[in-house]
Design a protein around this ligand. Structure first.
Ligand code: GDP
Length: 310
């Protein structure tokens, strides 16, 4: 990519897209194309065709997706599969039709089988049944990966797929019904502290383990892979270690400086027991994350208080 290359960031208002956009600007790219979902409905095939024909981007970061936590996935399964499949199909296909030089497709660690050995290597894709709580989302993302690989094979495109682990950071969704665990717990502990509540309820048993990557680290990995990685195989992006939801709750409790109790509500689903990515492939390319989880949560909490805190 040259500083003047025309780069389209699809989904630039989301957590991932906004951070990729900021990163690109910081790296000196000055010909960036964006559209809000009001300006361009990526689910609309004709609209996406017209957009690509008019703009002719050279590079595409495909960060547009319907995302959400364990509850959002089980409440809106139809939207999770329809929205993700349709935006991917349109953006990937039009990237091919219009001769995009390179596209980076963002997947997710939930594409891996429910009982995959841990940490999960890239080659475990499609080696077993999926975790039911996010199967529609995972199937859509797997379709996106296979679509990129199929276009590379048949049309000699350069479409790469990147699988980030659970992400967090400033700009995350803090809605308690639809968010992921980390922003949900920041909000729950903060509000309990401010309102003087005696306890905070955490969903599930606290036993599941998750790996958390700061979204700025992911954005840096994406620009790095866009310039340095041209293979057909998917690439995991994570930190290489995980913690239990119980440990996460205690860490956030400490950062927020909340004094009350933690209660686990095991009527809520645990989801996948563990989903730790094997990140040796990207590490061998020379990439490593910068943020520690503690520092990342601290700065995200600071951002949260400035934006929403009372
Ligand atoms: P997942 O990684 O796809 O399972 O998505 P989540 O980030 O939504 O959930 C991760 C784990 O955190 C699951 O075991 C949840 O049950 C647990 N969890 C605990 N408290 C919460 C909460 O308040 N919100 C969410 N979303 N998950 C929670």
């Amino acid at each position: 990519m040259q500083p003047t290359s025309k780069i389209y960031v699809a989904g630039h208002t989301g957590l991932v897209g906004s951070n990729i956009l900021r990163r690109l600007k910081g790296e000196g790219f000055n010909n960036l194309v964006t559209r809000t979902s009001k300006e361009l409905d990526l689910k609309n095939q004709q609209a996406v065709e017209d957009f690509f024909k008019a703009e002719q981007p050279e590079y595409v970061f495909m960060a547009a997706a319907r995302v959400g936590g364990i509850m959002a996935n089980s409440t809106f399964p139809a939207e999770f599969i329809y929205d993700n499949l349709s935006v991917q199909i349109n953006v990937i296909h039009q990237s091919y039709v219009n001769g995009v030089k390179k596209l980076l497709f963002l997947g997710s660690s939930c594409i891996y089988p429910k009982f995959a050995p841990q940490p999960m290597k890239e080659e475990y894709l499609l080696s077993g049944p999926l975790e039911p709580t996010n199967e529609p989302y995972a199937v859509a993302k797997i379709a996106g990966i296979i679509m990129c690989q199929s276009y590379n094979r048949q049309y000699s495109t350069n479409f790469i797929s990147v699988m980030p682990t659970n992400l967090y950071g400033p700009g995350d969704n803090f809605d308690l019904e639809t968010s992921h665990v980390l922003p949900a717990l920041i909000r729950k502990f903060h509000e309990a502290k401010v309102n003087g509540e005696l306890s905070v309820t955490v969903w599930g048993t606290g036993i599941p383990r998750r790996e958390f990557l700061h979204v700025e680290d992911l954005a840096q990995a994406c620009t790095f892979l866009m310039s340095d990685y041209d293979e057909n195989e998917i690439v995991n992006v994570g930190v290489g270690s995980d913690i239990s939801i119980l440990e996460l709750a205690h860490m956030i409790k400490e950062i927020v400086e909340y004094d009350g109790e933690i209660i686990f509500d095991d009527t809520k689903p645990d989801g996948m027991a563990r989903k730790l990515l094997d990140v040796s492939r990207i590490n061998q390319m020379g990439w490593n994350p910068v943020y520690s989880l503690y520092d990342g949560i601290k700065s995200t909490y600071k951002w949260y208080v400035e934006k929403y805190g009372k």
